[in-house]
Design a protein around this ligand. Structure first.
Ligand code: HEM
Length: 319
């Protein structure tokens, strides 16, 4: 084989790279000589991936339920990487913020579109049976979903809307966390007590949520936006990306998710108690939660009508 000037130049660069690390290039060339080639199945860890579905019953549709939750968690992981990139960016620009926020939007749009897999794709009879063997677990306990909320907005916007006006937003995160909106979704209808689902979730994750909140006081997506020069804050593409994000995360995904709860759990006049007796009908619809990450970007009327568009339609069809 001829050692062409190009190959020689590459070798010199590789040598310089290892020399800078105090390493001997020859040993690394030996490594290259013996190293196996990369195979798709190893790189993507296919065997591990396909071994991660562990149904608790033998109903075939339970695997659909597990896989779709896993798909969702992977998209959440991708979204969180984008939040981190924005919050850690030195000299953040409007372009960078728009591009990263648009990626997050794409992930949520993919999830919203594919949610039909949950809404239509399982037999209700099977669902109602295998769901009982999963209690008290619930998607409510998705920590990544909560981290996305905390990474998006000032913590005050996650305080339950009925008590939010008692806070200034400058209180310690720990204090605001006591009044986080999601507690309402895991409260027993009859007794008003915390469900086991919530108790276990808090025991496992509260410390992490509080420290994540503290870390993002000045670097959540809203604060990153506010750190841009005024002229960039007023740019259409920036405002549209953030508003779309609010709609995707706080209206469209919650509504399509709610549709699945209605399909499987709604049975007039009583709802099916497959969730440990929570008040999900009053809690899940976005028009009740009014969770809004960027309220300053919306008009008063838009805030008042938050999530009202197709929720009645969803209920009407299923009851
Ligand atoms: C047949 C499919 C599904 C049904 C019937 C369903 C039902 C419910 C119900 C009733 C709740 C309220 C809390 C509770 O009572 O446990 C809830 C909350 C939640 N579920 Fe699902 N769910 C489904 C699929 C999913 C999937 C695929 C995910 C993806 C991770 C998910 C994530 C969540 C999250 C994040 C919450 C909390 C929402 C909030 O606090 O606003 N769910 N779900």
């Amino acid at each position: 084989m001829e050692i062409t000037p190009e190959i020689k130049e590459k070798l010199e660069k590789i040598n310089a790279k290892y020399a800078a690390l105090g390493q001997d290039m020859g040993s690394y060339l030996d490594g290259l000589l013996y190293a196996d080639t990369v195979k798709y199945w190893d790189y993507i860890a296919i065997d591990t991936l396909l071994s991660l579905q562990k149904p608790r019953t033998s109903f075939p549709d339970e695997v659909i339920f597990i896989v779709y939750h896993q798909i969702t968690e992977l998209y959440f992981k991708l979204a969180l990487r984008e939040f981190e990139q924005v919050s850690e960016k030195e000299d953040l620009t409007a372009e960078f913020l728009v591009e990263r926020t648009t990626r997050i939007n794409r992930y949520f749009e993919a999830l919203t579109k594919s949610f039909e897999i949950m809404v239509q794709g399982m037999e209700k009879e099977q669902f109602l049976k295998f769901r009982m063997s999963l209690l008290p677990a619930s998607g409510f306990q998705s920590a990544q979903y909560r981290l996305i909320e905390i990474a998006s907005t000032d913590f005050i916007n996650l305080v339950h809307k009925d008590v939010r006006s008692n806070f200034k937003g400058t209180e310690p995160i720990k204090e605001m966390y006591q009044n986080i909106y999601w507690k309402e979704g895991a409260t027993e209808l009859d007794s008003g007590k915390k469900t086991l689902t919530l108790e276990q979730f808090e025991e496992r994750y509260s410390d992490e949520f509080i420290s994540f909140g503290e870390k993002h006081i000045n670097t959540n997506l809203w604060q990153c936006y506010k750190s841009l020069p005024q002229v960039d804050q007023e740019r259409d593409d920036v405002i549209i990306a953030l508003k779309q994000n609010d709609v995707n995360v706080n209206i469209n995904w919650p509504l399509v998710h709610y549709k699945s709860a209605v399909r499987y759990l709604h049975r007039a006049p009583d709802d099916i108690a497959a969730t440990g007796g929570t008040n999900w009908q009053k809690y899940l619809p976005p028009r009740f939660q009014k969770r809004i990450f960027y309220p300053e970007l919306w008009s008063e009327e838009e805030v008042n009508n938050w999530g009202k568009t197709w929720v009645e339609e969803v209920l009407g069809k299923q009851s």
